[in-house]
Every structure is written in structure tokens, then in C-alpha cells.
Write a protein that binds this ligand. Structure first.
Ligand SMILES: Cc1ncc(C[n+]2csc(CCOP(=O)(O)OP(=O)(O)O)c2C)c(N)n1
Ligand code: SF4
Ligand SMILES: [Mg+2]
Length: 200
């Protein structure tokens, strides 16, 4: 099981690790040196994911990964900035930061680890849980339509909004590379396995 203290361990089959590895490989293949990049994250199952990528990293205050990354980009425009966020965080409680980052269009890459549930808090429904899914907070089935983050991003004038799947590793890595090279704000909504709580 996941370690509550360090979060270094993953449940067997967790998709988080693949996303982290895809980002590391993308940096390597794009020859972006560790002192020229910064990865920003915050609370979720992979809140320490930014620390697993060598180079600069920040595990920020409550829900402030996007604003924090914005400050970094404004202060150091030469840095490659990647934000790691999650479905509850990014599409729920801190949705406002997401929409305004799309509109502001700073050159940053936003990776959303979308496991369709609140995994760190043990499996409640999230803004991307499918309608028929059984979760801790929807014991019969979920009745609320999930958000479509790609449509939302495009409506907010984002010019690079893609979907990916952590299980398709090579494809994910290539999309991450394109997103990093895109000269504005880019979002990749990444479907990931969560064997402990996502059983649909
Ligand atoms: C304002 C606030 N409410 C509740 C929590 C408790 N909390 C921590 S992680 C989490 C859910 C995280 O879900 P998600 O962002 O999808 O990340 P995952 O754990 O699935 O990777 C919640 C509700 C919190 N940290 N802050
Ligand atoms: S609870 Fe889900 S997302 Fe979290 S470490 Fe386990 S498999 Fe991964
Ligand atoms: Mg989640």
C-alpha cells in the first residue's frame, strides 16, 4: 500500500510512476538540462512527484501550484516550467487557476494526473468520475456528469490541449515533448490507472 508518511511507494500498478518517467525521458530527449527546468506540484497521491525529477522543484502551498509556477515563469522566463496537478485539485477546488492560466497563455506545461477519483483520501468521487462509477461518496453510482477538461481549456483559448494515457508510454512522452516545445500554455489530461480505488 501507499506510504502515508513519504508517499514514495506506489500501490502495485499505479500509473503515477509512468507519468513521472515519461516526463524525465522527455526532458532527456529534448536535452533540457536540470538547471534550466523546474517542476511544481502539490497535494495529491503524487505530491512528491516533483522531487523525483532531478533539477529544480517546488512542492507548493495548498492548491497554489499554478500561481506559484506563474511567478517562477514571470521571474525567470528562460526556465522550462512544468506543473503536476491532479483531477480534484485541477478541475475541482482550484479550477479558477486552470481557466485563467489557459487565458494568460504563459509558456508552461500543465500535466494533470487524472485517476478519476480522490485517491490520497481513499477513493471519493472527483470532477472526472464517470456517471456510473461506484466510489466511497457514491456507493450506488455517480450521477454527476464529469467535466471535459479539454473542451474547457479550448473554450478558455488554450492552444495546446491534449489527452493522453499513462499506459501508452511512448505516445505520452511524445505529447509531453510537444507540449514543452509549444510556445504558450499547454495542458495534457493524462488518464492513469489507480488499482486501489479506480475500479471502473
Ligand atoms: C481544501 C482541502 N480540502 C480537502 C483536502 C484533503 N485532500 C487532500 S488530497 C485530496 C484529494 C486529492 O485528489 P486528487 O487531486 O484527484 O489527487 P489524487 O490523490 O487522486 O492523486 C483531498 C480532498 C485538502 N488537502 N484541502
Ligand atoms: S491510491 Fe491510486 S493513485 Fe494513489 S498510489 Fe495507489 S494506485 Fe496510485
Ligand atoms: Mg485524483
Amino acid at each position: 500500500m501507499r506510504s502515508w508518511l513519504t508517499n514514495i511507494q506506489r500501490c502495485p500498478g499505479c500509473g503515477d510512476t509512468l507519468i513521472i518517467m515519461a516526463l524525465k525521458n522527455a526532458f532527456k530527449e529534448l536535452s533540457i538540462e536540470s538547471h534550466k527546468r523546474v517542476v511544481v506540484s502539490w497535494v495529491g497521491c503524487s505530491w512528491k512527484a516533483s522531487q523525483y525529477v532531478d533539477g529544480y522543484w517546488a512542492e507548493t502551498l495548498h492548491g497554489r501550484a499554478l500561481p506559484f509556477a506563474t511567478w517562477i515563469k514571470l521571474a525567470k522566463p528562460e526556465m522550462t516550467v512544468v506543473i503536476m496537478w491532479w483531477d480534484w485539485d485541477g478541475y475541482g477546488i482550484w479550477m479558477g487557476h486552470f481557466i485563467h492560466s489557459c487565458k494568460r497563455d504563459l509558456n508552461m506545461t500543465y500535466l494533470v494526473f487524472n485517476n478519476e477519483n480522490y485517491a490520497l483520501t481513499t477513493g471519493q468521487s472527483s470532477p472526472t468520475t464517470p456517471v456510473w462509477a461506484k466510489t466511497k461518496t457514491t456507493p450506488a453510482w455517480n450521477t454527476i456528469e464529469p467535466f471535459d477538461p479539454i473542451t474547457l481549456a479550448i473554450d478558455a483559448w488554450c492552444k495546446f490541449a491534449k489527452r493522453a494515457d499513462s499506459a501508452k508510454f511512448a505516445e505520452l512522452k511524445e505529447i509531453i515533448k510537444k507540449a514543452i516545445l509549444h510556445p504558450g500554455f499547454s495542458i495534457i489530461d493524462i488518464t492513469q490507472a489507480c488499482p486501489s480505488f479506480k475500479r471502473w
